[in-house]
Design a protein around this ligand. Structure first.
Ligand code: KIV
Length: 272
């Protein structure tokens, strides 16, 4: 592609074709324009403006306090920073409590941010929501397994699908969400054998996080990937860099230089 040719943004059909070709889908979160541009330049296919925004950027302990306005502000910034990746915005906790509420909120997201799709956490309860969103022309990524918005109801963060009852529930949720019209489905912390089985069972791509290597794609929180955090990353995320150390070293150097170059600063004259 020449430098003058504007990049064409990927569409949901491109993602479906990647699945048909057996080409893996690389998805990563971003929460601002600069990071969106950088991850896209590195070849990411799909950028997720995740509600992990809450933990990673806004300093909350969980994703529950994240508001629709928070998501819209950051998704709009990601849109401004990117030109090629397909953009997906998470619907935050409480924004998809029923199909009417979900349509009203997702329409706001689409109009005010310019993203191509929304992501909805939820199993069978999310099926009517996904159906209505899709009927309104909104592209939807589903999300099952570990659902951080339900952390208190689920009783913590852990692997899903370990026993047959939970595995069977995940299988039927995945199939029902595909039937409802989701164009992709995130499997978070699903035991790898089951994630692989669901991947083969569905025509839409599965996007795994902490679910082994056999999904059709992978998603990670960008800060976990690049080591930009004060907390250790989850065990499944292998950091490829230690950006936090680079930041500390650069800022430490700046602080030391500022103080050394200026020496003792004359004290202000006291008013007589
Ligand atoms: O909010 C988020 O970042 C997510 C992904 C990690 C799947 O939902």
């Amino acid at each position: 592609m020449s430098a003058q040719t504007p990049a064409r943004r990927l569409t949901t059909r491109d993602i479906a074709k990647m699945r048909q070709r057996g080409e893996a889908i690389a998805m990563l979160t971003a929460y601002d324009a600069t990071m969106a541009r950088l991850v896209e330049m590195a070849g990411v296919d799909v950028i997720l403006v995740g509600d992990s925004l809450g933990n990673v950027v806004l300093g909350h302990e969980t994703t529950l306090p994240v508001t629709l306005d928070d998501m819209i502000r950051h998704a709009a910034a990601v849109k401004r920073g990117s030109e090629r990746a397909l953009l997906v915005c998470d619907m935050p906790f409480g924004s998809v409590t029923d199909a009417d509420v979900a349509v009203a909120n997702a329409v706001r997201v689409m109009k005010e941010t310019g993203v191509e799709a929304v992501k909805v956490e939820g199993g069978l309860v999310a099926v009517p929501v996904v159906e209505r969103l899709v009927a309104q022309g909104i592209a939807v990524v589903a999300h099952i397994g570990l659902m951080p918005q339900s952390v208190h109801q689920m009783g913590g963060y852990y692997m899903h699908g370990k026993d047959e009852a939970s595995a069977e529930r995940l299988r039927s949720e995945a199939q029902a969400l595909e039937k409802a019209g989701a164009f992709a489905i995130v499997l978070e912390c699903v035991v790898p054998e089951l994630a692989s089985e669901i991947t083969h069972m569905l025509s839409i791509p599965t996007i795994g996080i902490g679910s082994g290597k056999d999904c059709a794609g992978q998603v990670l929180v960008v800060n976990d990937l690049i080591g930009l955090s004060v907390n250790p990353p989850p065990s499944f995320a292998r950091p490829r860099a230690d950006v936090a150390s680079v930041v500390r070293a650069a800022v430490g150097d700046y602080v030391a230089e500022t103080k050394a170059e200026r020496g003792p600063i004359p004290l202000p004259r006291r008013a007589e």
